[in-house]
Design a protein around this ligand. Structure first.
Ligand SMILES: Nc1ncnc2c1ncn2[C@@H]1O[C@H](COP(=O)(O)OP(=O)(O)O)[C@@H](O)[C@H]1O
Ligand code: SF4
Ligand SMILES: [Mg+2]
Length: 317
């Protein structure tokens, strides 16, 4: 069986007045069908750029993308149209790019119109009504404007807009980050139900590790354009290998009063993604940094079966 989605040495460099900004700098991973890859890391590490590259919202600088075993790095226009249906993206705030004068019904129906995916008015209405029902939006909000609704409902519209095209793969870019914790749980449950019912494959982007704990099968931790750790979710929470992952994990509060975890505060400056030097990009903030870390970039390597880490000293720390 071929891998559902695979990216190989994927890169996105932006030209800036100060030099080339290495937003995504050689990323490799695979996602199996029906599974979720969580992608975590601080703001600016390249998560959104990576997601946008995969769904072809950015031009690729280098590397390859394979979908259902086929190379889709530079698809011809006909295949691109099919991919626009199969691959969707859900955003933290989908309304920044949507006309505020559009109603809920119009917003959800717009992708059908753009891709001309309905046979007549009746079919168009039916498709939208069905998807509104599936994501838990009441019929009475059909004519409402997003700004009249609460955050949870607004995100349900974003999900409906992606789902109306019946995709197979969805990049979820911080879909619950702007929501209250109780609403977050509702949306995450909805997304898990939809995944099960429709055999969806997710790439779930978040800066908050606790959000992806229950929804991801695997997790990729990103730091300045690179994946620094990749493994099954359970393994990551049980035995994080990279010093950066350990710091991220230490920031999650533990619900039990009997347990304590020492919070690791990261000191030092985040190095610049512009023309990065040949070294460990985390060295300036790492308490274990040695001379070698300043001279040689660590490769992502398998430190225990299925557990990959980019640190020269992963086995010793
Ligand atoms: N269109 C763009 N032009 C120039 N730089 C960009 C652009 N988009 C993102 N970047 C830069 O790329 C890096 C990664 O950004 P982004 O992917 O948005 O990170 P994240 O989603 O992890 O917060 C950041 O340094 C950001 O400033
Ligand atoms: S390679 Fe060195 S600086 Fe980088 S994470 Fe490992 S110990 Fe820290
Ligand atoms: Mg982002």
């Amino acid at each position: 069986m071929s891998t559902f989605l695979e990216v190989s040495n994927l890169k996105k460099h932006f030209k800036t007045p100060k030099g080339l900004l290495h937003a995504v700098d050689g990323v490799n991973f695979k996602i199996d069908e029906g599974k979720t890859l969580g992608v975590v890391g601080e703001s600016g590490c390249g998560k959104s750029t990576l997601g946008r590259l995969i769904v072809h919202l950015h031009e690729i600088t280098d590397g390859k993308i394979f979908f259902e075993g086929r190379d889709i790095t530079n698809p011809p226009p006909k295949e691109m149209k099919i991919l626009r249906k199969k691959m969707q993206m859900i955003f933290q705030d989908p309304y920044s790019s949507i006309d505020p004068r559009m109603t809920v019904f119009e917003i959800i129906g717009e992708p059908l119109k753009i891709l001309n995916l309905y046979s007549n008015k009746e079919d168009y209405n039916k498709q939208i009504d069905q998807i509104m029902d599936i994501v838990g939006l009441a019929k009475r909000v059909r004519g409402a404007y997003p700004h009249e609704l609460d955050g949870g409902r607004r995100q349900r519209i974003g999900i409906a807009r992606a789902l109306v095209l019946n995709p197979q793969f969805i990049v979820c870019d911080e879909p619950v980050s702007a929501l209250d914790v109780s609403i977050q749980a509702q949306i995450l449950n909805l997304m898990q139900d939809l995944q099960r019912d429709r055999n969806l494959t997710y790439m779930f982007i978040t800066h908050d590790l606790s959000v992806v704990k229950h929804i991801s099968d695997n997790i990729a931790v990103m730091y300045l354009g690179l994946i620094v750790e990749f493994c099954e979710t359970k393994a990551l929470f049980k035995a994080p290998a990279h010093p950066y992952t350990r710091a991220l994990l230490s920031a999650i509060p533990i619900p039990s009063v009997h347990e304590r975890r020492k919070r690791i505060i990261l000191k030092g400056e985040i190095s610049s993604p512009i023309n990065p030097a040949e070294c460990c990009r985390f060295a300036g903030r790492c308490i274990y940094a040695k001379e070698r870390c300043q001279q040689e970039a660590p490769q992502l390597r398998e430190v225990t079966p299925g557990h990959f880490c980019a640190c020269h000293f992963a086995e010793e720390i």
